[in-house]
Ligand binder design. Sequence first.
Ligand code: ASP
Ligand code: MG
Length: 310
Amino acid sequence: MQETVTYELKEHLKSERLKIALEVNTLIRRKMSDILVKEGFIEIPPVIFSSVTDPLNHPVYDPTFDYEGTRYSLTKSMIFHKQMIVQAIPKVYTFSPNVRLETADKAKSGRHLLEFTQLDLEMLDSTREDAMKIGEKLVSGAIKEVTEKMPGKLKILGRELHVPKTPFKVYKYTEAKEKYGKDFEQTLSELEKEPFWIIDIPLKEREFYDREKDDEKGILRDMDLMYPEGFNEAISGGEREYEIERIKERILAKGQTFEQFKWFLDYAEGGLRLSSGFGIGIERLIRYICGFERIEETHPFPKTPGKFSI
Ligand code: ASP
Ligand code: MG
């Protein structure tokens, strides 16, 4: 494990590329906050650790600790916190620091960090399509802001970036997989010139919390946004299961336990309404805007899967 990191820290901290990436970070966070506030969203503070967090649908190490007789996890995503508070405050967002201790093989992707920030939002009484509209506004708004305010810096990076047209193209997961094969997400990401959606993702590919279609068993009312030019995943989100019996069924179908989600289930027993939302990885968005091969370049202190980091 104690390998050297993939870059020299001193050089990295002094580099022009990092400074530009952090200027992009500053600009897009402000721009996306402005867009959301205009849409009536309220910012909530992040949750760093909790007794309930996102189970995710792929294996990661679980950083937990005991405190006063309770087992806590570091936040993998604020999915349940969002779904609970949105019942009272109908449009919420947060810049949420997440820890996902990915396995070492993920380092190859160039888009995984063990510690990252996502702009995580949720909307009450809203459909997947409502959430997709906001996602398009945020992504195209952030890109537009950088192309307008930082053209010289993009030139230094050798990055040619254009503002994508909305609405973005939509692919259905199963159809795209049939047509482009197992690696269809990367294949399509390399083929496409603009961001695009993948919708109707099968249940077995996702966590229990995204809502299953009423008219198509095993298929969810959810979506991923993909970047073009091979940059891959930008957003994950969907409509949520909100009926307690369906939530419980889905937890059991995943082989998970009610105990794991106790606080959320207790809250859900009191009745939830439909909500939708998604998370945008901030470092991934910066990577795409800057055209970096590796996500480490977006962060002063990046944590690469399987590598030692300070
Ligand atoms: N925040 C969720 C995640 O990290 C995305 C969502 O809102 O569905 O997967
Ligand atoms: Mg997810």
